[in-house]
Design a protein around this ligand. Structure first.
Ligand code: HEM
Length: 170
């Protein structure tokens, strides 16, 4: 399948070799903050509640890594890969990156279509709940692979879940 060659090897190596260790150490450090005693958390004003999910997972570097890992998983999934045939995955990754950044409370750089418009033609191709579930499963697995704490994974999955009816055009 030609998507196998779509993500050049150097990007994978960059993600695995360079970005991932940075992201993981960043997240590990933040993870320690989440487990602080309540008194200790009260001492420092910049507690987890005040930081956006975007900041908590490690900002731009973490979202970049997440989008790369996410699409690697999605394009390896025979159940959904046909929806992505002919799609420019570089542009797609950039849109997905900007969208995820925005919904997680980071900078608003998303200028793509709304979710209903962006997926209407896919619904005509048969896109349904089972495909949506696969995408959520890949998102969850990606975040877990990057070491994002479970409470943040749940928040992010909740945001993604809230787009279901729009994505499925109903
Ligand atoms: C969690 C739910 C989802 C989110 C947040 C999401 C996000 C996005 C975004 C931001 C775009 C760019 C829209 C634009 O063109 O401006 C997009 C396009 C696209 N999405 Fe999704 N998506 C979701 C679910 C799905 C599902 C379930 C599939 C298929 C299995 C899918 C397949 C695609 C494809 C193929 C495109 C490119 C369409 C094209 O350019 O022809 N998405 N999505």
């Amino acid at each position: 399948m030609h998507f196998d060659t779509f993500i050049p090897a150097f990007i994978l190596f960059a993600v695995i070799g360079l970005i991932l260790p940075i992201v993981l150490s960043n997240i590990a450090e933040k993870g320690r903050n989440f487990t602080q005693e309540p008194e200790a958390a009260a001492d420092s004003p910049a507690t987890a509640e005040e930081a956006s999910v975007y900041e908590q997972i490690g900002g731009a570097a973490a979202v970049d890594a997440a989008v790369d890992v996410f699409y690697r998983r999605v394009l390896a999934d025979a159940y959904v890969v046909h929806f992505f045939e002919g799609v420019d995955m570089e542009k797609q990754a950039a849109k997905q990156n900007a969208f995820l950044t925005m919904v997680m409370g980071g900078p608003h750089n998303y200028t793509g279509k709304d979710m209903r418009e962006g997926h209407k033609h896919l619904v005509k191709m048969g896109l349904n709940d089972t495909h949506f579930d696969h995408i959520l499963m890949h998102l969850r697995a990606t975040l877990a692979e990057l070491g994002v704490p479970e409470n943040l994974i749940q928040t992010i999955i909740g945001v993604a879940e809230s787009t279901r009816d729009d994505v499925l055009n109903r």
